[in-house]
Design a protein around this ligand. Structure first.
Ligand code: UD1
Length: 422
């Protein structure tokens, strides 16, 4: 059943909000749990539909998962993997499911995974993942829309990534952890989620150094094992960034807890540039704004640059800032899906190639809009909080992929968002 949000203007958001575990950290860690026959427990797991899709996928391969006592904890037992083939239905739902390839290949010498199809935010190929597996000695075969990777033994290698892809870094790291000898992964991604994955892999016996820098060294081990592993997922820097913008766009005053200030630095810096106050304290980050915001230019880049996953939400803020802003998207080639909908709300935005030119307007107006993907959907919710009149947002299943009840959390800060079943 389709659901939609009805957003009624509410004025300044105020209060405190606890940030959940990072979607983009838990998805690779769930895949990595396939590397070991020992059960492991993950804590601070957010309740998101993407996490549920990944859980269903690893269960379809034979892993068993169960809630582990406290809220947000799950135990994964991959002692009995019964299939090395991921189904098209599951991978089609979630691109990150391609991340099961590295673990299956490393532990069982084979994996068959459908090629992730086109996607709302660009073509998103997996060539760098496959080049990495081939460098480790795997044979790669494409047929009937599936990729099959096979290897009797994976052998450590020196691999240079043409682009610091997050997924390729993770997938290759997970394959190399059980390869013979040393792998050196250069020009790799340095996102905090890579560090979280490396920490998890090391906690189950992997030997990985340098995660969080652009060169990762992995000494292969014959098997991964460890008793009573408990790994707590890092806080979600994109969820945090979204609430920071929510505070700013409503001229509110919101304190975020369970957030790592270092991880949101690029967002903090941009908020300060547009006149928003951000203060760090021992228990979190306070974001407040009681003045007009001004225009700023920004360019999305791999970490520690401004995150592409915050681009759409920041555009909503700049849509009502004084002056002209230019946003340049360098990570994905087609990630301005929110623009048409923001324009329907009165924003003045022009797209020229990979840049969006935003003329700040005084007011946005509520109307019917559709979320086309996760972050575009979040951007529409933020714009709706600021708009005059009521906004109706359809396609909110995209938002539920990456936010644990964004509507209820914003309502807790004073917003008025109703979830309606159509
Ligand atoms: C991850 C995040 C996603 C975020 C993105 C960039 C997860 C589950 N998702 O996605 O939210 O927006 O990082 O921060 O962590 N590319 C290639 N060949 C490849 C792989 C990638 O050309 O083999 C290109 C992509 O098309 C894209 C760019 O590299 O243009 C970045 O992609 P990548 O860093 O791999 O993103 P994901 O891991 O898919």
């Amino acid at each position: 059943m389709a659901e939609k949000f009805i957003v009624t203007p509410c004025g300044a958001l105020r209060g405190s909000i606890e940030i959940g575990g990072a979607k983009n950290a838990v998805l690779p860690v769930l895949a990595a749990a396939l590397l070991t026959e020992q059960p492991c427990t993950l804590q601070n797991v957010p309740s998101l539909s993407d996490v549920e899709s990944m859980r269903v996928l690893i269960e379809s391969l034979g892993a068993k998962t169960r809630a582990a006592g406290e809220k947000g904890s799950i135990t994964i037992d991959a002692s009995d993997v019964t299939s090395l083939e991921a189904s098209y239905e599951l991978v089609g739902k979630l691109r990150a499911s391609f991340l099961v390839m590295g673990p299956l290949l490393a532990r069982f010498g084979q994996a068959k995974v459908p090629l992730p199809g086109g996607c709302a935010i660009g073509s998103r190929p997996v060539d760098l993942h496959l080049k990495g597996f081939a460098a480790l000695g795997a044979d790669i075969d494409h047929s009937h829309g599936f990729v099959t990777a096979t290897a009797n033994t994976l052998k450590g290698a020196k691999i240079y990534l043409d682009f610091p892809s997050v997924g390729a870094t993770e997938n290759i790291m997970m394959a190399a952890v059980l390869a013979e000898g040393q792998t050196v992964l250069e020009n790799c991604a340095i996102e905090p989620e890579i560090v979280d994955l490396a920490n998890f892999l090391n906690s189950i016996g992997g030997k990985i150094r340098g995660a969080g820098t652009d060169t990762i060294k992995i000494e292969g081990v014959p098997r991964l094992h460890s008793q009573n592993i408990k790994h707590s997922i890092i806080p979600d820097r994109i969820e945090a960034g979204t609430f920071m913008v929510a505070a700013a766009i409503t001229r509110g005053d919101v304190t975020l807890t369970n957030v790592l200030a270092d991880h949101v630095k690029p967002v903090t810096a941009k908020l300060k540039e547009v006149n928003v106050s951000v203060e760090e304290s021992d228990d979190g980050i306070r974001v407040f704004c009681d003045t007009d915001t001004k225009a700023a230019d920004l360019k999305t880049l791999p970490y520690p640059g401004f995150p592409t996953d915050m681009q759409a939400q920041f555009m909503s803020l700049l849509a009502t800032a004084g002056g002209t802003s230019v946003i340049t998207e360098t990570v994905f080639e087609n990630r301005f899906m929110q623009v048409g909908e923001l324009k329907r709300m009165g924003a003045e935005i022009k797209i020229e190639s990979r840049s969006a030119i935003i003329e700040g307007v005084k007011n946005l107006t509520g109307t019917q809009v559709a979320a086309s993907d996760l972050r575009a959907g979040a951007a529409l919710v933020l714009a709706a909080l600021r708009a005059e009149g009521i906004t109706e947002i359809t396609g909110i299943h995209h938002i539920d992929r990456g936010y644990d009840r964004l509507d209820l959390q914003l309502n807790q800060l004073g917003a008025d968002i109703k979830r309606i079943i159509e």
